[in-house]
Design a binder for this molecule. Structure first.
Ligand code: FES
Length: 132
């Protein structure tokens, strides 16, 4: 089963569906993984009902961080901003579907941290965001 998830991770790393930028995005935030300096920017466009109609990321990172960002953004299309505030660490781990070391966990959770800071419209991200 792990092999299937690994293939999915590699596919999203090589051919991400949500890599790019959104002009005039409604929500945006950028932050880095303090352990490696890799950084990620996430931009969202929402409709009048505050539901996500487009989501993009840009930046650089390892296969786990890029795949997690792509899988996460794919999973939030059509969700409300309130739904995004309720996302947790478990949601990312379920999307990735593999066991991760503590260092790799930081990679996996970077996009969730950035996304949450964007939707809470924070100036600074906080690791506690991903537990919420
Ligand atoms: Fe930098 Fe994974 S090694 S985000």
């Amino acid at each position: 089963m792990d092999d299937l998830y690994r293939e999915i991770i590699i596919e999203h790393y090589k051919n991400p569906l949500h890599k790019g930028r959104i002009e005039n995005s409604d929500y945006t935030f950028e932050d880095e993984n303090p352990l490696c300096g890799d950084h990620l920017q996430i931009e969202l466009r929402v409709n009048a009902d505050q539901k996500v109609v487009d989501a993009k990321f840009d930046g650089q990172g390892c296969a786990i961080s890029i795949s997690a960002a792509d899988l996460l953004l794919d999973s939030i299309i059509g969700k409300s901003i309130e739904d995004l505030k309720a996302l947790s660490k478990k949601d990312i781990l379920d999307l990735l579907g593999i066991e991760l070391s503590p260092v790799r966990l930081k990679c996996a959770l970077l996009s969730l941290k950035v996304l949450k800071a964007a939707v809470y419209e924070l100036q600074e991200a906080d690791d506690d965001l991903i537990q919420k």
